[in-house]
Design a protein. Sequence first.
Length: 241
Amino acid sequence: MKKISFTLAAAGMFVMGTTNASAAMLQEAEASKGFTQVLKEQFIQGGPAFMGIVLLCLILGLAVAIERIIYLNLATTNSAKLKQQVEDALASGGVEAAKEVCRNTKGPVASIFYQGLDRADEGLESAEKAVVAYGGVQMGQLEKNVSWLSLFIAIAPMLGFMGTVIGMIQAFQKIAAVGNLSASLIAGDIQVALLTTVFGLIVAIILQIFYNYIIAKIDSIVNDMEDSSISLIDMLAAHKK
């Protein structure tokens, strides 16, 4: 009898130990999940209806942001070096030599210089008008597609809020149909509703960071264009004298 009791006790201790070990392993597995894995699981739980649209906003917004960043970085030039080269070319070879320097230089500042130099023979007033007009064209090129990025920033949280409202409506419909307020009954709908809002806000935050960087880059290039345009008119006036 004592042997049987001892055997049962040992078996119970073994089962308890196995259960505790399994629980510890599950906790360790949950803790070892990376942020990306947790984010992926939460995204799947949010449902494909609104989460797919929010993800599409993120993909399109990032595509626009990356394209603009590449374009703006290519449009950035060393304006001080360009102005010095144009000034030296005007002094040594005249307007045609300065135009050749601008043709061989990339960027909006070089394009504006070329337009001003191309109208230099018609007088300073014509050159200044050409510089101002073409500066507006270059500014439009710099700001191209930025409005789409701001649209995605606005739409993403709105879609999240819409998913939240729809999820809450579904939860209250279940309560009305059953006639009993049960947390387990509506917990899934509320979780989906809140997840759509969270991911909509995450997308808006990510795109907002890129948007602010792009706007700051555009402002920097535009200021450089305006300063360089004034310097060009001064150089043409000095060359005329």
